[in-house]
Every structure is written in structure tokens, then in C-alpha cells.
Write a protein that binds this ligand. Structure first.
Ligand SMILES: Nc1ncnc2c1ncn2[C@@H]1O[C@H](COP(=O)(O)OP(=O)(O)OP(=O)(O)O)[C@@H](O)[C@H]1O
Length: 236
């Protein structure tokens, strides 16, 4: 579903991502972990086609991101770490706008918006201006918009930040359901407990290099993911 081959991205001569290759298959829930500044966001933004890079290639669902960006973007939903929404739209206007862009039919959009808003407890606020939303409410709205067109590949940068415990629980359920139905998710997180429980595959990035990648069991070994993470970083 997503293939990153030898991705290298530099800022002012410094490598933010250094020769990273990884593949995410349909059904994978892939957690991407690493310290602050390790290169997670840079990798993610390159993978979804909003950041140019010097070397490497990205394939999404069999399409080259460079040659067929539209075909790739039709199957992707991307949630940035700090979603920039439109303060002067109401929540429902924003969701309708996203549904229009992705050509989601009337009945489907109504059903999905009702379902996801109920699960994330945002139904009562959909008529309010986004400018009046709290940080967590904006995060919930952005999440609903990401799931709205039933993407085949969901790319999320720190999706749990700002969510209350019940919304975090619901989001985990929604992520698992999507992967059970054959979708793929690539997400970054600093919450290692969540990554360990939720993901079937894990990648660890340090200083722009992918220093561990495999099934959660392989990366974790006999210890916890937290322990394995600290050990891998210390030993590299
Ligand atoms: N626009 C930019 N200009 C210059 N350097 C940048 C820019 N964006 C990121 N970097 C650098 O690239 C490196 C990787 O940053 P990136 O944001 O990908 O890290 P991250 O793993 O997502 O970190 P965090 O967990 O703190 O969000 C860092 O050294 C950072 O300073």
C-alpha cells in the first residue's frame, strides 16, 4: 500500500531523513517511533506528497507519487500533527467540504459523519464555528474528516495528542477496524504503550535513519517496547 524506497531529505545540508526504506501492506497498522527531531514528520510529509525530497521514491497503492500524485492522494488521508482547519466554517460545513472534495455521496457522508461524530462525541458541536473549538475538538474533527472518504491508506502524525481518554479509545477502535477491513495505517507516536498494543509492525527512526523495523514482536523481543526502544537507541 505504501512503499518508501531510499528516501533522503536534507534541510540546509543536514540530513533530516537518511536513506529510509519501508513497506506497509494492506492490513498493517504501522507505528513509527523516535525521539524529537528524529525525522518522523519529515518522512510522513514526504510520503504523502507535501514535502519535496532529494532522493528516493514513494509508491502508494501501486502508483508513483512523483508521476501520479492525484491517483495517490485519492486513496490517502493525512492528518498532520497540528491540523490547520478553517475557523470561520462550522464543523459540519468543514466535513461537507472534505466530502465534496473526495466525492463522497450524500447518504454515505451523512451515515459516516453521524457514526464517527457519535463515537468521538462531537455530534453536539458540529453546528458550532471551528474557531470556538478546543484543541481536542479540532483534533476530533480532523480525524473524522480523515476517515470520511474511507481512505485505503491513513497517515497520521501524532493522532492521540490532545484527545481525552474515551476519544483515544474510540480512535484505536476505528484504526483497528480500518486495518481489519484491509486498509493500512502509518502513524507516528510518542506513546509507546499505545504503539505496542495497537500495532502489528513498528519502525524506529534515529537521526534520520531507520534503525529497527519489523513485527512488533520482533522489535520488542522479550522485553517491553519501551525497553527495546531505549536499548536500540543506546546501542546504535
Ligand atoms: N522546515 C525545516 N527547516 C529546517 N530543518 C527542519 C525543518 N523541519 C524539520 N527540520 C529538522 O529535521 C529534523 C527532523 O525533524 P522532524 O520534524 O521530522 O522530526 P520528528 O521526529 O517529527 O520530531 P518530533 O517528535 O519532535 O515531532 C530535525 O533536526 C529538525 O530540526
Amino acid at each position: 500500500m505504501l512503499r518508501i524506497d531510499h528516501l533522503t531529505k536534507t534541510y540546509g545540508g543536514k540530513k533530516a531523513v537518511d536513506d529510509v526504506s519501508l513497506t506497509i501492506h494492506a492490513g498493517d497498522l504501522f507505528g513509527f517511533i523516535g525521539h524529537n527531531g528524529a525525522g518522523k514528520t519529515t518522512t510522513i510529509r514526504s510520503a504523502v506528497g507535501i514535502l519535496d525530497f532529494e532522493q528516493g521514491s514513494i509508491m502508494v497503492d501501486g502508483h508513483s507519487l512523483e508521476d501520479e500524485p492525484l491517483a495517490c492522494k485519492q486513496v490517502i488521508a493525512y492528518l498532520p500533527d497540528n491540523p490547520d482547519l478553517y475557523d470561520y466554517l462550522t464543523g459540519i460545513q468543514y466535513l461537507s467540504f472534505i466530502a465534496d472534495i473526495f466525492r463522497v455521496g450524500k447518504q454515505e457522508r451523512e451515515e459516516r459523519i453521524a457514526d464517527y461524530s457519535k463515537r468521538l462525541e462531537l455530534t453536539a458541536n458540529l453546528g458550532d464555528l471551528i474557531g470556538s473549538y478546543s484543541h481536542g475538538m479540532k483534533q476530533k474533527l480532523a480525524l473524522i474528516s480523515a476517515f470520511l472518504h474511507k481512505p485505503r491508506l491513513l497517515v497520521l502524525d501524532e493522532p492521540f495528542v490532545g484527545l481525552d481518554p474515551s476519544a483515544a479509545f474510540r480512535l484505536k477502535e476505528m484504526m483497528k477496524e480500518m486495518c481489519d477491513q484491509g486498509g493500512a495505517i502509518f502513524f507516528s507516536t510518542h506513546v509507546l504503550d499505545v504503539a505496542e498494543k495497537l500495532c502489528n509492525r513498528i519502525g524506529i527512526i534515529k537521526g534520520g535513519r531507520l534503525i529497527a523495523c519489523g513485527s512488533t514482536e520482533e522489535v520488542r523481543g522479550d522485553s517491553s517496547l519501551e525497553h527495546a526502544f531505549l536499548e536500540v537507541l543506546d546501542n546504535d
